[in-house]
Design a protein around this ligand. Structure first.
Ligand SMILES: *[C@@H]1O[C@H](CO)[C@@H](O)[C@H](O)[C@H]1NC(C)=O
Ligand SMILES: *[C@@H]1O[C@H](CO)[C@@H](O)[C@H](O)[C@H]1NC(C)=O
Ligand SMILES: *[C@@H]1O[C@H](CO)[C@@H](O)[C@H](O)[C@H]1NC(C)=O
Ligand SMILES: *[C@@H]1O[C@H](CO)[C@@H](O)[C@H](O)[C@H]1NC(C)=O
Ligand SMILES: *[C@@H]1O[C@H](CO)[C@@H](O)[C@H](O)[C@H]1NC(C)=O
Ligand SMILES: *[C@@H]1O[C@H](CO)[C@@H](O)[C@H](O)[C@H]1NC(C)=O
Ligand SMILES: *[C@@H]1O[C@H](CO)[C@@H](O)[C@H](O)[C@H]1NC(C)=O
Ligand SMILES: *[C@@H]1O[C@H](CO)[C@@H](O)[C@H](O)[C@H]1NC(C)=O
Ligand SMILES: *[C@@H]1O[C@H](CO)[C@@H](O)[C@H](O)[C@H]1NC(C)=O
Ligand SMILES: *[C@@H]1O[C@H](CO)[C@@H](O)[C@H](O)[C@H]1NC(C)=O
Length: 661
């Protein structure tokens, strides 16, 4: 009997009332209170009444509004941004946007427009950005423009437009971007260009139009921020047409699917007659590059020769001595010396990434580039047993070096001695062979960012990170620690300036409470995707204001003594942990509710236990672990019965004892 009662009492005592609230109705998502709403893809055929009149930004794409008129948006008088992509709009009536005086950006992309009233855009006097991409338009006369005094960008890509000539009254004073990509423009006349005369510093995009003819002098004394003729087959046409123009950035690349003919060097003669700062020639084939090919490139500061099938650049190339930035990525060099770097001694930025062959670094191939600040050699299959002093000789001003995604590199002590100014070093996904008890990074006094993710490092080497007094950002993602544990003595302790530490995917199961004791400046710690339990949180007890990522670990219960450590951090992510939502974890669950403002990914922070609550958001769980009235009643009854039972037992025992004296 007593046993039965006590069981009942226990059930009453610990019965938790749990409650999950589901909310998955199809309404617009509020992104900023009373201002920004996302109503994408909800099958709406009108503006929902739930949107407040004060809405300013509205993403309304993938809905159904075949015709729009002055009543459609009339109450949203403060709209500044309206995205109506793919709403099947075909008819835009008179004065449709008359109430939207503040409208700044209107996106009508991918609507099969048939009609647009002359007064459709009369309201928004400050309209700056207008998107008519993929609307089936064949002439610019379709757009009612007379009121658009503030227009800065007009996007007309993927239509059937054949002439870029703007209507007479087109306001071009403020126009900065005119995008005609993928239309049917084959000819540019003087008259066409004349209509753009008042737009200075324009970025004109004609990519994917097969331009076959430009009237001579059409671009004479015009100034462009950028001109994009991407995919044009005959570059000679372009260079002839651009005579006497000034272009900041000229994009002449082509695309994979275009079967272009080889460019002969004489094509570039045209560049002598114009002024250009930056040229992109990606994916072209050059017939024969000689030392004279680039002699008209003297005004150039940037040259992009990505994927131009180069095996080498000849020595003594003239015309590139002013070049500051050179991109030679995705070519076919065998050896770094084949670029003959002496031809461009002013270079500050050099990119040779994704070389199609295994790239040998050679010896001192870049030693003329004493001004080089940035060098990108990622994805080059580079493999060497002793990097990087002979290879990077004389690069004393180098600030940023990218050697990520290469083959194994052997690094000895002071491996970057030749580049004492390095501030960023990226070695991610490159296996590093470091001799034990040595630091390859010795004497990099200015290094701020070091990416060692997935380098298969020997983290038991206590000196691995010696000599980096200024290091702020260290990525060790994907490296392993012996036994999955970061001990008290570890190579990180010396990095006193460290602010950001990434230790995700390190297969960690524990961290010594003192492991980060010397790291006092940290503000961002990523420990996600490990096997950590709550006890590792103790290692962060001396840190405040952290952005702390603990997602995808093995945390289930967080005891009350660890909660103050979480409370002193700024943001915490506990997504994808097997969190316990029973009364054993009640202190943490209470803490969670009070600290939701610090928690990231609330939607994905779910209970794993008890089975009844698996998959329920922590924020939706209400646990009552206190003793209920029924519980108290049974407790009293139980105590009374126990007392009575005890008295009887004592009595019985005493009687039994006396009887046996
Ligand atoms: C949002 O609008 C409602 C109703 O107009 C108002 O009560 C509330 O204070 C507004 N909230 C903010 C953050 O502006
Ligand atoms: C529109 O914005 C103005 C200025 O911020 C404000 O005074 C007015 O109340 C807003 N209108 C609506 C309907 O929210
Ligand atoms: C819309 O246009 C009609 C006809 O021109 C007019 O009667 C009505 O007042 C307009 N509605 C609004 C909200 O301006
Ligand atoms: C929103 O605007 C409409 C039309 O201007 C008006 O009838 C309505 O009362 C407004 N709603 C609120 C909540 O102010
Ligand atoms: C031209 O436009 C670019 C960006 O589009 C801007 O950075 C530059 O300052 C402008 N130059 C002049 C002279 O307005
Ligand atoms: C370019 O300018 C030069 C010298 O000012 C002039 O002789 C030449 O005719 C111009 N070319 C074109 C196509 O206008
Ligand atoms: C390439 O140019 C070099 C030097 O200008 C010349 O000797 C060679 O014959 C050229 N080759 C071809 C295929 O045109
Ligand atoms: C190395 O750089 C120095 C200046 O830092 C320069 O004078 C010297 O010519 C360079 N050495 C070579 C081999 O280019
Ligand atoms: C280094 O190169 C890799 C691959 O090209 C790239 O993903 C990475 O962002 C680069 N690192 C830096 C610091 O730019
Ligand atoms: C290495 O880390 C730096 C700094 O976080 C980052 O910019 C870079 O993209 C990373 N490299 C790779 C290959 O992801």
């Amino acid at each position: 009997m007593a046993l039965d009662i006590s069981c009942f009492f226990l059930v009453a005592l610990f019965s938790a009332s749990c409650e999950a609230i589901a909310s998955s109705d199809l309404t617009c998502i509020e992104k900023e209170t009373n201002k920004t709403y996302n109503c994408e893809n909800l099958g709406l055929s009108e503006i929902p009444g739930t949107l407040p009149n004060s809405t300013e930004c509205l993403e309304f794409s993938f809905n159904f509004l075949p015709t729009i008129q002055n009543t459609t948006f009339s109450r949203l008088v403060n709209l500044t941004f309206l995205d109506l992509t793919r709403c099947q709009i075909y008819w835009i009536h008179e004065d449709t946007f008359q109430s939207q005086r503040q409208l700044d950006t209107l996106v009508l992309t991918a609507n099969p427009l048939i009609f647009m009233a002359e007064t459709a855009l009369n309201g928004p006097v400050a309209l700056k950005h207008l998107f008519f991409t993929q609307t089936g338009m064949s002439s610019l006369d379709f757009i009612p423009v007379h009121n658009l005094k503030s227009l800065e960008s007009l996007h007309l890509g993927s239509n059937h437009i054949s002439s870029i000539k703007l209507p007479k009254n087109f306001p071009t004073e403020k126009l900065k971007v005119l995008d005609f990509q993928n239309n049917a423009i084959h000819y540019l006349s003087k008259e066409d260009m004349e209509s753009l005369r008042h737009a200075t510093n324009l970025s004109l995009n004609l990519k994917g139009n097969d331009i076959t003819r430009i009237e001579p002098g059409a671009f004479k004394s015009t100034v462009f921020q950028s001109l994009d003729f991407g995919g044009t087959l005959d570059l000679l046409v372009i260079f002839r047409g651009l005579q006497n123009s000034t272009v900041q950035s000229l994009w002449l690349g082509t695309f994979e699917d275009i079967d272009d003919k080889e460019i002969s060097s004489s094509v570039f003669e045209g560049l002598c007659e114009m002024s250009v700062e930056s040229i992109n020639l990606q994916k072209h084939h050059f017939l024969n590059i000689s030392s004279n090919t680039f002699h008209c490139f003297t005004s150039l500061h940037e040259l992009d020769l990505t994927a131009t099938h180069l095996r080498q650049l000849p020595s003594g190339v003239v015309g590139l001595h002013n070049l500051k930035k050179l991109v030679l990525s995705a070519n076919k060099f065998d050896n770094l010396c084949q670029i003959n770097a002496a031809s461009f001694p002013s270079l500050t930025h050099l990119y040779i990434k994704g070389n199609e062959k295994k790239l040998a670094l050679g010896t001192g191939c870049l030693d003329n580039l004493e001004n080089l600040r940035l060098l990108d050699l990622s994805h080059d299959d580079i493999e060497t047993s002793d990097c990087c002093n002979v290879q990077l000789k004389n690069l004393s001003h180098l600030q940023s070096l990218n050697l990520s995604y290469n083959e194994p590199l052997g690094l000895k002590t002071e491996a970057f001695q030749e580049c004492p100014q390095l501030e960023l070093l990226d070695l991610a996904f490159t296996q590093l062979r470091v001799n034990a008890a040595q630091s390859p990074f010795q004497n990099l006094h200015l290094l701020k960012v070091l990416n060692l993710s997935h380098c298969l490092l020997d983290t038991s080497n206590q000196h691995l990170l010696d000599g980096l007094p200024a290091l702020q950002h260290l990525n060790l993602q994907g490296n392993r620690f012996p036994n999955g544990n970061i001990p008290k003595t570890n190579p990180l302790q010396i990095l006193e300036s460290l602010e950001i530490l990434m230790l995700s995917f390190c297969d960690l199961s524990s961290i010594d409470p003192q492991a980060f004791a010397q790291l006092k400046m940290m503000n961002h710690v990523d420990l996600s995707h490990n096997r950590l339990t709550s006890s590792s949180i103790e290692a962060l007890s001396h840190l405040k204001g952290l952005y702390l990522n603990l997602a995808s670990n093995s945390i289930s219960i967080i005891p009350p003594d660890l909660l103050p450590i979480l409370s002193q951090q700024k943001t915490i992510n506990l997504r994808q942990n097997p969190l316990d939502c029973t009364c054993s974890n009640v202190y943490f669950l209470e803490w969670y509710k009070e600290n939701m403002h610090r928690v990231k990914d609330i939607e994905a922070t779910l209970c794993a236990n008890p089975p009844l609550l698996r998959g329920v958001r922590l924020s939706d769980v209400t646990l009552s672990c206190s003793i209920t009235a029924v519980g108290i009643f049974f407790l009293i009854v139980f105590l009374l019965l126990s007392t009575v039972a005890l008295i009887f037992a004592v009595k019985y025992f005493l009687r039994w004892k006396y009887q046996h004296i």
